[in-house]
Design a binder for this molecule. Structure first.
Ligand code: ZN
Length: 350
């Protein structure tokens, strides 16, 4: 079915054929096919399929629907989201951009009822300090957490709150066990940029072998960095699967190179994580990112005797590779274009 959806989405498919596909998918009761159908046919009428996916009660794909499909009835879907846990509500409010205040009001109210946890702290921080928005009702919700706050001290309170849920960075003098040895015969020719909320947590996770995640580098807000995987090896940051039952199926990639390479993208990519919520980098982070990108480019050029291509096909964001599962990595404010521009200047390619 996935191949059929992909194939039909490419050609000038006639309307009747699309409607037959839609009927079959609704009949299948498979929330994943329903999501993929609307993702690849965004201009269809979504009434029937919306009802069908809500009936499945499948948290993962209802969440994907809300975040990624443009013309859905947001109010109806959000009511469903509100039945879920704080983590799901947080990521829904975070991943779907430009939501009106009313969604934050409803979402945060429900999160407060569900109980205090780090996602509740993060959503206040995200709303007031990252999005830099203000609404009287949301401020009143914040007062339920701490009733001594006023308009002068609440920002500092939120900064402290975020600090309180951070992991203290721990340093190791060896590389992470989470990696593949070598590059599986590939010449690595891409750099993938990521963001993550917490530098200390990244270090902890990237050394935890049961989590099976890592990156070549992670950079903190202050511009410090840790290397987890040698440039000779492949990190586990943005893998693609050859199996179409996976949500990181390589043919889902937005990037042409990845979509045409029938091999796990981890083998031919280097990954750099930055500590950030919306993709914006501090000056020091930007400089460290640039320095590490140069280190990677120099290494590839010296080791494989090729010219590393410095362009938007080769220096990319995580969402270009795994768009279904990573809509906010590396975030709307990530300075990908200016990094590519500066690298081209450094290597005198322009
Ligand atoms: Zn990522």
């Amino acid at each position: 079915m996935v191949e059929r959806i992909l194939k039909l989405s490419k050609g000038n498919t006639e309307m009747p054929e699309i409607l037959i596909l839609e009927k079959e998918i609704i009949h299948s009761n498979n929330p994943r096919y329903m999501f993929l159908y609307t993702y690849y046919f965004p201009n269809q009428n979504l009434n029937d399929i919306s009802k069908a996916i809500l009936r499945t009660n499948d948290k993962r794909y209802i969440n994907f629907f809300f975040i990624q499909i443009h013309h859905i009835d947001l109010d109806i879907f959000f009511l469903k989201i509100l039945e879920y846990d704080n983590q799901t509500i947080f990521y829904t409010l975070y991943d779907r951009k430009n939501l009106d205040d009313i969604f934050f009001i409803k979402g945060i109210s429900r999160m407060l009822e569900n109980g205090e946890d780090k996602y509740l702290y993060l959503i206040f921080y995200y709303y007031f300090l990252v999005l830099n928005r203000f609404h009287e009702d949301i401020f009143h919700l914040l007062l339920k957490l701490e009733n001594t706050l006023n308009e002068k001290n609440y920002k500092q309170y939120l900064v402290n709150l975020r600090h309180s849920i951070r992991e203290e960075p721990r340093y190791y003098d060896y590389y992470s066990p989470n990696k593949y040895h070598g590059h599986h015969g590939c010449i690595p020719d891409m750099i993938v940029c990521h963001i993550s909320f917490d530098y200390g947590k990244m270090i902890k996770n990237f050394y935890t072998n049961t989590l099976e995640v890592s990156s070549h580098f992670a950079i903190s807000e202050s511009g410090d960095y840790t290397q987890f995987v040698s440039l000779e090896d492949s990190a586990w940051a943005n893998g693609t699967s050859l199996n179409d039952s996976s949500d990181v199926y390589y043919k889902f990639a937005k990037n042409n190179i990845v979509r045409n390479r029938k091999i796990n993208a981890n083998y031919y990519t280097y990954s750099i994580e930055n500590e950030s919520i919306d993709g914006s980098l501090t000056k020091k982070q930007y400089q460290t990112t640039l320095k590490l990108m140069c280190e990677i480019i120099d290494y590839v050029e010296h080791t494989y005797h090729i010219n590393f291509k410095i362009d938007e096909e080769h220096i990319v964001g995580h969402q270009d590779i795994n768009p279904l599962v990573r809509t906010s990595c590396p975030g709307t404010k990530f300075p990908l274009k200016s990094l590519i521009f500066d690298l081209n200047k450094i290597y005198k390619r322009i």
